[in-house]
Ligand binder design. Structure first.
Ligand SMILES: [Cu+2]
Length: 433
């Protein structure tokens, strides 16, 4: 075995550490949640340029302190054998020095503080920039504002196009939104969107690193407007950033920025109920009227199952809206809400953004994973589908409903038909691993 001299060994060890660090830094190469790349809109860019300044100051302070330390180490250490009383000259009570090293950091922090407050004010300011959106055949002048609601463990996005004062109310008292979606927030490109962020259970935190900093979602409180803007069409990833329970790491979300015309198409499609053919629609009407009619095909069987086993939590307009009520959901679930499934097929990820509904490479509908989800949601995502306690039967997630293979197959086909299918671009860009 070769023997290295102590200095060679030291150099080798140093080299190994450097290599290790270089290796580790590659891990975050093109990470979706990279906080300092692909920044969009004024907010994320302002935060970045401020951060860069503070980092430069921090580097300067770091190297100044390191320099002084090295200087002291080199010049004042005991050379040769240590002997009793072998101390360098001791100085004490140098006023100039003491004033200087108290004043310099204070001044530095004060300067950073002034700029921090300035940035905070601009991040929290709200300006008016309404856009025209056609809703139900009428053109509405919409101040782009979206209500963001966190709950264990998924995000809900509500769009209110009417004249509703969102910030003044608690989520529990807001009127029903014009459209509601889960996990994926769709916005028009190049527009400043204000977010009203809140929660239905515990504290969560909403963060889309490319579009702005994070903002806590606090139950009983609506955040001051928090703005995001995407300059380019695309998919921007996010993640809940406040530990909120068992499946906190499986509480992800995406912002999908579309050109204005595509955003309009999306709104128009979302405002409609599930698209059923005449016979199936008539079947729903009969059920709503209380008639007992045997289902004649797979869609009708799925409608039947949905009405009996799913509608106590999920809303699906055109299929079971007559059975759904917020009070009924609140009896079942701690948060009092489950994802709206009316246009489930128009989203590309579900269950807190951890499963692909379409294969990002082939674009095929991912029926198998959806079957697994319906067969036993807890196998896919630990979502605490147990009663809260002995005398509180509410749950935090979707329970295993003991569905038969037939029921699952019918429901999967129904869920797939709830589109409209998103564009290939979105399917490809939004795929998760
Ligand atoms: Cu959370």
């Amino acid at each position: 075995m070769t023997r290295f001299s102590p200095s060679t060994r030291r150099a080798l060890r140093f080299g190994a550490v450097v290599l290790g660090l270089v290796f580790l830094s590659a891990c975050a190469g093109d990470a979706e949640l990279d906080t300092r790349s692909n920044l969009q809109g004024p907010e994320a860019q302002d935060i970045e340029s401020f951060l860069r300044w503070v980092l430069w100051i921090a580097y300067a302070v770091f190297f100044a302190v390191l320099g002084v330390t090295l200087y002291a180490w080199k010049n004042f250490r005991v050379k040769g054998e240590y002997e009793e009383g072998d101390w360098p000259e001791q100085i004490h009570g140098n006023n100039t020095l003491e004033y200087a090293w108290t004043a310099a950091p204070a001044l530095l922090l004060a300067v950073i503080g002034v700029f921090t407050i300035g940035l905070h004010n601009s991040l929290n300011s709200s300006d008016s920039n309404p856009i025209n959106v056609v809703v139900g055949g009428e053109t509405v002048n919409w101040e782009p504002e979206i209500v963001v609601v966190g709950q264990q463990w998924w995000w809900e996005y509500q769009y209110h196009f009417g004249d509703v004062e969102l910030s003044a109310q608690r989520i529990e008292t807001l009127p029903t939104a014009d459209l509601t979606t889960a996990t994926q927030m769709v916005i028009p490109v190049g527009q400043e969107i204000e977010l009203e962020i809140t929660s239905r259970d515990v504290i969560h935190s909403h963060w889309i690193p490319s579009l702005n900093g994070k903002r806590d979602a606090v139950p009983g409180r609506q955040s001051a407007p928090w703005k995001i803007q995407a300059d380019e069409p695309g998919v921007y990833f996010g993640q809940c950033t406040e530990f909120c329970g068992l499946s906190h790491s499986r509480m992800r979300m995406q912002v999908i920025a579309l050109p204005m015309e595509e955003f309009q198409d999306w709104v128009t499609a979302q405002m409609e109920g599930v698209d059923l053919d005449a016979e199936d629609a008539a079947y729903v009407d009969q059920l709503v009227a209380g008639e007992v009619v045997p289902p004649a095909n797979s869609t009708q069987r799925a409608i039947d199952t949905f009405r009996t086993k799913c509608s106590s939590c999920h809303l699906m307009e055109g299929i079971a809206d007559d059975l759904w009520s917020a009070e009924r959901v609140a009896e079942q679930l701690v948060a009092g809400a489950a994802p709206n499934l009316t246009h489930f097929g128009s989203r590309t990820t579900y269950a807190g953004g951890i499963v692909n509904l379409y294969d990002p490479e082939t674009g095929d509908f991912n029926a198998n994973e959806l079957r697994e989800w319906l067969a036993n949601p807890e196998d896919v995502k630990a979502n605490y589908a147990l009663p809260v306690s002995d005398d509180d039967s509410r749950m935090r997630g979707m329970p295993n409903l003991g569905l038969s293979t037939q029921e699952i197959d019918d429901l999967v086909a129904l869920l797939e038909s709830t589109g409209p299918r998103p564009s290939d671009f979105i399917i490809e860009e939004s795929g998760v691993e």
